[in-house]
Design a protein around this ligand. Structure first.
Ligand code: NAD
Length: 399
């Protein structure tokens, strides 16, 4: 008997995951895409033929698979029929509308997976699906399992590379009884790579999201910018200076203090996955970093970051920073605001994050924070616990 899964989204990741999963004999794949006329266009393309997915394997060789979802629709009721696992494969700003669309049709013992989740995924999901959260499990991966692109919409997509390993957290509702194991089942859908690792708890992952790097890097570089366009795009990681490294380090310390404070309040919660950014680099890039003497030097000499530049817009006068790029547009409301909110619940002061957020929200034309408090008028548009009315650490864990 086939297990039915739903892939939400119509972008790069959604194309790849749905074709990949549909190629497995034991799976039946539905797709829900709510954006514009994507569902109609995609369904039309596969009416009489399969999709093609070109996969580059770990060893560099390529192969094609041909398959297609059995249903592609913008009708959530039809999409959700008989579904045991729901994957959301869209950027974080688009998550809310999918939670809202699937909520009325969610059956008990459904697994909801954010692929990737990004900070605040579980909190927003719980808020929108309400009481149903206690009979579901909400999982989230740290990133998309593959680097991928659509080649031709609805017809052909390409997996450019698979990660070796990928962390995933799972938050189980107290009344949820899945008939299958989370990690092994998702692994079976993805295939051999990336190897999924079950992480200890979702709050640790929220605190360790990439968003603890991008906003401090942006503020550190552009906080005192004189507004003059640049001749070249500055290097992002390899150009890190003392001011940026100091901000990154202070944010890391605030997150570590938050993890410790949570462990004190909740003896049943293991926050050991929250580590200092400097340690994180040393663990994740043991061979790529040539100078491990400081956080700054580790970032400057990490070969994995060769040539990566700041997000810039080209103008007639030169390059100017792009403050609407995801390093701020996503990593503030669905990143650092969430971390700040968790720190607040834990009772930990966060002067570094407050300073970065005050700058970042101004660049985005939003107000999340006022002084050191998350009481700005736009807090409801972010994904902090406070965006959803949560007031205690216990509420984070008791679902
Ligand atoms: P994408 O950019 O392809 O997503 C675009 C899709 O999102 C659209 O097709 C549509 O379905 C939906 N969408 C876009 N605008 C929308 C709107 N205004 N309202 C509602 N829906 C809208 O995304 P992706 O490349 O599949 O990536 C998904 C996530 O994974 C992102 O968070 C991305 O940062 C992350 N990621 C992607 C890659 C990659 O290689 N593609 C790698 C690592 C991480």
């Amino acid at each position: 008997e086939k297990r039915r899964i739903l892939v939400c989204g119509g972008g790069n990741g959604a194309h790849c995951l749905s074709a990949l999963a549909a190629s497995k004999d034991n799976l039946d794949v539905h797709v829900l895409t709510l954006y514009q006329d994507e569902a109609e266009r995609w369904a039309k393309h596969v009416e009489n033929e399969n999709m093609k997915l070109t996969i580059t394997k770990q060893d560099g060789t390529q192969y094609d698979i041909f398959s297609k979802p059995s249903l592609i629709t913008k009708d959530a009721a039809k999409a959700m029929s008989g579904v045991e696992i729901v994957f959301l494969v869209v950027p974080a700003f688009a998550h809310a509308q999918y939670f809202t669309a699937i909520a009325p049709h969610l059956q008990p013992n459904t697994l909801i997976v954010g692929l990737p989740g990004q900070a605040g995924f579980e909190l927003q999901c719980r808020h929108i699906i309400g009481d149903k959260a206690s009979s579901c499990t909400i999982a989230a991966s740290e990133s998309l399992p593959f680097a991928c692109r659509i080649v031709e919409f609805g017809r052909h997509a390409r997996i450019l590379g698979l990660k070796d390993s990928l962390g995933m957290s799972a938050l189980k509702g107290k009344a949820c009884q899945l008939s299958f194991p989370v990690v092994e089942t998702v692994q079976g859908i993805l295939g051999e790579y990336p190897k999924l690792e079950l992480l200890k708890n979702y709050i640790a992952i929220n605190l360790m999201a990439d968003a603890n790097v991008h906003p401090p890097m942006m503020y550190g570089r552009w906080g005192n910018w004189d507004g003059k366009p640049l001749k070249e795009e500055p290097l992002f990681y390899q150009g890190v200076d003392d001011r940026q490294a100091d901000l990154l380090s202070r944010v890391s310390e605030e997150l570590l203090a938050t993890a410790k404070a949570i462990e004190q309040k909740r003896k049943d919660v293991d926050m050991s996955e929250v580590i200092h950014l400097f340690d994180w680099y040393k663990i994740h890039y043991p061979d790529q970093i040539t100078d491990k003497s400081s956080l700054k030097m580790a970032m400057r000499t990490n070969k994995a970051y060769d040539g990566l530049v700041h997000p810039m817009v080209k103008t007639d006068e030169g390059y100017v920073p792009n403050f609407n790029y995801r390093y701020t547009s996503e990593d503030v409301p669905f990143g650092m605001v969430v971390m700040k909110g968790i720190a607040d619940l834990a009772g930990v002061p966060t002067p570094a994050m407050d300073e970065i957020l005050a700058w970042g929200q101004q660049k985005l034309g939003k107000e999340y924070i006022v002084g050191s408090k998350l009481i700005g008028k736009d807090i409801g548009l972010a994904r902090a616990p406070q965006s959803f009315g949560m007031t205690s650490v216990d509420e984070l864990f008791d679902i």
